[in-house]
Ligand binder design. Sequence first.
Ligand SMILES: Cc1cc2nc3c(=O)[nH]c(=O)nc-3n(C[C@H](O)[C@H](O)[C@H](O)COP(=O)(O)OP(=O)(O)OC[C@H]3O[C@@H](n4cnc5c(N)ncnc54)[C@H](O)[C@@H]3O)c2cc1C
Ligand code: FES
Length: 370
Amino acid sequence: MSDATTDRFRPFLVKDKVRESSTITSFYFTPQDEAHWREFEAGQFLTLRIPQQNGTIVHRNYTVSSPPHSKGVYRITVKREAATSADVPPGLSSCWLHDEIEPGMEVAIDGPRGAFKLNKQSEKPVILLSGGVGLTPTVSMLHVLVHETSRPVWFIHACDGADVHALREEVDQLAHQRAGIHVHYCYRCAERGGEKCHSTGFITRQTLQNILPLDDYEVYMCGPPPFMQALYATLVGLGIKREQIFYEFFGPASLLTLSEETQPKISNDPPSEHKIADDVTKPASAAIQIHLKKSGQSLIWDEASRSLLEFLESQGIEPEFSCRAGVCSTCEQGLLNGEVEYFEEPLDEIESGRLLLCCTRPLSSITLDL
Ligand SMILES: Cc1cc2nc3c(=O)[nH]c(=O)nc-3n(C[C@H](O)[C@H](O)[C@H](O)COP(=O)(O)OP(=O)(O)OC[C@H]3O[C@@H](n4cnc5c(N)ncnc54)[C@H](O)[C@@H]3O)c2cc1C
Ligand code: FES
């Protein structure tokens, strides 16, 4: 990541820090300078600059969990990623936030960005489906749906138990604000407060059939990859249209290895700046070829692929990646010829002759230095 990225970061003050569960804490940020406030849409994320002890920095993304109408303040809600064993370091950013960041301190923030956004043009009933800390975009979306629409909503949340269930009171209060908002909580471990939820174990086809009347739903889901893989297949099996299932997953190093048949689509309305595609699901061309210079392979671009990264993965090629959101540059590659479009604006300027695989699609046949 070049130094140019630092120019995009603005200083924010930590206004408040609120413990939401045994592992999850919210942080409220206000800009030092009012001019630094930027509007966001429910579902979008911020990028935080995290200083490390050795003087270097890392970047991490956090979805804004507050509603867009709360002007001048962003709330993020973060799960502390503790070390899973003695020989593994704790999560850099989440532990820094939880353990060292207190009200009054300054944090450098860029964004918001992200194409996983609530479609405000639609009037279809909505299913907001989340696992663990994946409820951050769905809570922000719930605020918008409750206050700005009359769409029926099913807010379905799965987590391990009552001790790690974040933002419950807020969701319960929203559900009481108007008719047509339905809530279902599922705790994996019945012994961790099973009496406080609606079902225990995993969310199954039967659970969804019991909750959801037959209808033409739009689904927004976010959670760990196994959760999304299982539920995507279940939702499709229940007749929900693939093109109406939108998802976000929280990297790094997560991969949805879904078959082409069950490949979900990222959400609508990507950001409008620079060379951003106006419809990520639109076909580029039937005959676009992807040439890989180093391996000598020539592949036919599959218009169902969301990004070049996903296309290469579907072909058994495994380029490096981390955030899958245009932030970390891990997936940067040489573009030797041809033209691509960005459906997600990258954090950093990309040099001519280079591209980010995770947020581009080809506009013509291309040759990659891969
Ligand atoms: C678009 C987007 C939105 C997101 N929104 C949210 C959100 O709203 N809330 C949220 O909590 N998170 C969110 N995330 C995830 C977040 O960006 C971070 O990935 C997360 O907080 C973990 O980062 P970290 O620096 O704490 O952990 P990292 O340092 O990246 O480590 C991750 C895990 O790996 C373990 N680990 C580290 N080194 C090793 C090793 N050598 N071997 C084995 N294990 C190791 C750590 O102990 C930790 O558990 C989002 C991600 C994306 C892409
Ligand atoms: S994987 Fe991080 S920018 Fe592409």
